[in-house]
Design a protein around this ligand. Structure first.
Ligand SMILES: Nc1ncnc2c1ncn2[C@@H]1O[C@H](COP(=O)(O)OP(=O)(O)OP(=O)(O)O)[C@@H](O)[C@H]1O
Ligand SMILES: Nc1ccn([C@H]2C[C@H](O)[C@@H](COP(=O)(O)O)O2)c(=O)n1
Ligand SMILES: [Mg+2]
Length: 253
């Protein structure tokens, strides 16, 4: 479905983020002029563009939990940026230690690393419908994805949750994550406000953002998610992994 078309020159330039964003990123140890000596992919000619949903929200807002339900119902392929990074740590790849140190400290991994991992998954998948969870975390992530992968999201979900609730959920998660402790969660919340908010605002201005009140039971929250996908029914029906109980599957009786 994807083909590589060109190598990127080493700087992001044409759509470089604003100065205030640059200051924000610098404050959190990010360099907006990261190099991207990588290749750009584009969907193959004649192939339909993939359906892409970005899933945003603070730490513990319930992104992963709701993604599971979306996958079950609509058959999208779930790509969690955090899971891909944690896999690098577990596999002791060349970036593993660097990723571990950043995640422990609540910081954001350089976009080149994360986008390359996502690009590899997108290219090797037979699916044409993706749920990209925890990405883009920064304007830099967003620009890098656009430039390297060459695709735009159709839908952006934002799980809006009060900080107090997010802290409670993360501290009760019990999945042995190195970042599920009060010190790291405080840092992650600050980074979320400083770096992810501009991304949320960007998609709001583009009319692609769907804000979901992430307080309540998992099922109540999912009730808000369901109608968001209704306008995309036709595209999503073609999924090969749709749950037979999905509202998208016509009742044969
Ligand atoms: N609506 C909810 N009410 C109570 N607990 C919830 C709810 N949704 C998810 N949780 C729980 O909160 C914790 C965090 O949820 P989840 O892992 O889905 O968040 P996340 O947004 O993916 O977080 P992160 O960004 O840290 O990966 C989990 O233990 C999950 O079971
Ligand atoms: N786009 C991303 C996504 C994740 N990370 C790092 C930093 C996060 O704190 C950590 C865990 O992610 P989560 O599982 O909470 O989505 O992974 C990143 O740097 N860039
Ligand atoms: Mg998660």
């Amino acid at each position: 479905m994807w083909r590589r078309v060109a190598s990127l020159s080493p700087m992001i330039s044409s759509s470089s983020p604003s100065r205030s964003l640059a200051r924000n990123q610098a404050a959190f140890g990010l360099n907006i002029r990261e190099s991207f000596a990588t290749e750009i992919s584009k969907p193959e000619e004649g192939a339909k563009s993939p359906f892409i949903t970005f899933v945003l929200g603070g730490p513990g807002s319930g992104k992963g939990t709701q993604c599971e339900k979306i996958v079950e119902t609509f058959g999208l392929t779930h790509l969690s940026a955090g899971d891909l990074l944690r896999r690098e740590i577990a596999m002791h790849t060349k970036n593993g230690d660097m990723i571990l140190n950043l995640i422990k400290d609540g910081k954001i991994v350089p976009s080149e690393v994360t986008v390359k991992l996502l690009q590899k998954e997108l290219e090797s998948s037979n699916s044409s419908k993706f749920l990209i969870d925890g990405f883009p975390r920064t304007e830099e992530n967003r620009v890098a994805f656009e430039r390297i992968v060459g695709a735009d999201p159709d839908v952006v979900l934002f799980f809006d949750c009060p900080e107090e609730e997010m802290v409670k959920r993360v501290l009760n998660r019990n999945q042995g994550r190195v970042d599920d402790n009060i010190t790291t969660i405080k840092k992650r919340l600050k980074i979320f406000e400083a770096l992810n908010r501009p991304v949320i605002d960007y998609y709001k201005n583009k009319g692609k953002l769907y804000t979901i009140n992430a307080v309540g039971t998992v099922d109540d929250i999912f009730k808000q998610v369901l109608p968001i996908f209704t306008p995309f029914e036709e595209q999503l029906k073609q999924s090969r992994h749709v749950n037979p109980k999905s509202p998208l599957v016509e009742n044969s009786s």
